[in-house]
Design a protein around this ligand. Structure first.
Ligand code: HEM
Ligand code: HEM
Length: 226
C-alpha cells in the first residue's frame, strides 16, 4: 500500500499514525483514571512512570503526524458532502489536533510544577521539565489535564459518530478509506464510479452521434416531438 495519501485515499503512514494515536489515547485514559484511584503505595510509581512515558510517545506521534500532514496530500471529501459539513469536519479535525497536543503538554506541565521526581522516558533518558516547580499552580494544572482529556474524548466521540453516519447512512467511502488495508475497496469504488461515468459519457456520445448517422434511430428519437 503506498505510503503517501492521494486525492481519494489515505496512505499507510497517515492511517498508521491515526490508529496508533487513537490506541495510545485509549490506553492512556484508562491508565490515568485507574492509577489516580490506586492506594498511595510505592508500587504505583511504576504506573505513573509508564503513563508519563506513553504520554510523551503520544505527543511525539502527534507532532510526527502533523509534520507528515504538511507534505502529504489530504483526500477530498466525497462530492456529495455539503460545503458546511466539510467545513465542520475540518474545524473538528483542527480541534482534535489541538487537543492531541494540549492533553500530554498539560500532563508534562503538571508533572513539572509538582516536581516530585525526574521524568524519565521509559527509563532511558531524562526529559527536562516544562516549567519551574510551583505548588500553587499544581491543582490548576492537574484539573486542566483531566478536563482537556474529557474534552478530547467528547470531540473524538462526535468525530467517530460522524464517521459512522458516513458509513451507514450516507454510504460513502469516508470511513472505509481510513481503515487498514482497504485501499482496494476504495479503489474499486472509485473504479466503479469512473466506469459508470464512462458509461454515461458513452451513452451521451451515442445519443448525440446516432441520430445523424442512422435515419432509423433519428426517426425513433424525433417521434415524440412529431
Ligand atoms: C495522550 C496523553 C495523555 C492522556 C490521554 C492522559 C490522561 C490522563 C488521565 C485521564 C488522568 C487521570 C486524571 C484524573 O482523573 O485526575 C491522568 C493523570 C495524570 N497524568 Fe496524564 N495523560 C496523558 C499524558 C500525560 C503526560 C505526557 C504526563 C507527564 C509527562 C502525564 C502525567 C499525568 C499525571 C502525573 C497524572 C496524575 C495526576 C494526579 O496525581 O492526580 N500525563 N492523565
Ligand atoms: C482519540 C480518538 C481520535 C482522534 C484524536 C482522531 C483524530 C483525527 C484527525 C485529527 C483526523 C484528520 C486527519 C487529517 O486531516 O490529517 C481524523 C480523520 C479521520 N478519523 Fe479520526 N480520530 C479519532 C478516532 C476516530 C475513530 C474512533 C474513528 C472511526 C470510528 C475515526 C475515523 C476517522 C476518519 C474516517 C477520518 C478521515 C476523515 C476524512 O477523510 O475526512 N477517528 N481523525
Amino acid at each position: 500500500m503506498p505510503l503517501k495519501s492521494d486525492l481519494q485515499h489515505w496512505g499507510s503512514v497517515a492511517k498508521t499514525l491515526h490508529w496508533l494515536v487513537v490506541l495510545l489515547i485509549l490506553v492512556q485514559g484508562a491508565l490515568g483514571l485507574v492509577m489516580v484511584g490506586l492506594p498511595k503505595k510505592p508500587f504505583i510509581l511504576a504506573f505513573y512512570s509508564l503513563h508519563k512515558s506513553i504520554g510523551m510517545t503520544a505527543l511525539i506521534l502527534a507532532a510526527l503526524r502533523l509534520g507528515w500532514r504538511a507534505f502529504d496530500p489530504r483526500p477530498q471529501e466525497p462530492a456529495s458532502t455539503p460545503h458546511w459539513q466539510a467545513l465542520g469536519a475540518r474545524a473538528g479535525h483542527a480541534l482534535l489536533y489541538l487537543l492531541l497536543f494540549a492533553v500530554p503538554l498539560s500532563g508534562w506541565w503538571f508533572d513539572s510544577l509538582a516536581a516530585l521526581r525526574p521524568l524519565y522516558f521509559f527509563g532511558l533518558f531524562e526529559i527536562p521539565p516544562l516549567a519551574t516547580p510551583n505548588p500553587g499552580m499544581k491543582a490548576f494544572a492537574r484539573g486542566a489535564h483531566e478536563w482537556l482529556f474529557w474534552l478530547l474524548i467528547a470531540v473524538a466521540l462526535g468525530h467517530a459518530a460522524m464517521a459512522f453516519v458516513h458509513q451507514f447512512i450516507r454510504k460513502d467511502s469516508t470511513l472505509s478509506r481510513m481503515l487498514p488495508g482497504r485501499r482496494t475497496l476504495a479503489t474499486s469504488a472509485a473504479t466503479r464510479m469512473s466506469e459508470s461515468t464512462s458509461a454515461t459519457l458513452e451513452k451521451l456520445h451515442v445519443e448525440r452521434t446516432i441520430p445523424a448517422a442512422s435515419p432509423v434511430a433519428g426517426s425513433a428519437r424525433r417521434k415524440p416531438g412529431a
